[in-house]
Ligand binder design. Sequence first.
Ligand code: PGA
Length: 261
Amino acid sequence: MFKAPFLVANWKMNYGIKQAVQVTADIVVGLRGMRRKGQLVLCPSYPALLSVKQTIGDESISLGAQDLSGQDRGAFTGEVAPWMIKEAGAEYVIIGHSERKKYCNETDESINKKVKNALKEGLIPIICVGETFEERQENQKDHVVLRQVQNALDGVKVSPINPIIIAYEPVWVIGTGQAIEPSDAEYMHTLIRQVLIDLYPLVVVDHHTAILYGGSVDENNVDEFCDKEHIQGFLVGSASLHSQQFLKIIEKVCKESSAQS
Ligand code: PGA
């Protein structure tokens, strides 16, 4: 179901409708003539979802939201339900980003609720996990990430119609311009994959889950991660904001993955 390499652009709260449409249009033009593999997902802010979808048109680019409500409908001022995101044309939704944990009181419990709500509506959740600097210093990173994955997936039946994506993002490197060592990321990805194998049949894990790396990925370091067996793609923040920079990343990732296949 998932076609690696998988590239997700997380534009966070940087672009309104106008800029998101402009960057999308530049990406669409830049992709023409590029030999592309895998899947590409753009995640603009809520108000820009529909316009970005229209700008994508028939191109094989998918749309994702950056969060969603754990509720379905009704008196929840400011919340956005999964079906609304779907209606705007999105197929994916980022859940539990570390910035939401830090600034918006997102917890393992609320993340689990949102994952279930996304799947119920047919949205594919991109579940963010990752340790803080303090947790890493205290040798807690394996334990923390295992706990986050297990809790996010508590009671979730992953299947061909309920695929999921995990994004491993060490919190302390996000937005710093300094990614972790690729071998370090591969170690964490192997660990996450093992948790998934403990929870679901191997065939489901192989075909209906993907594990991405995120945290200061850019056009200069992305190729170092590409040959790692369990890194199936990337969640890119800052370096996805500028179309030319993001296109370079796409080009490199596609080239590396062609060289390996
Ligand atoms: P970054 O952000 O690429 O700017 O580190 C990644 C993310 O927050 O998803």
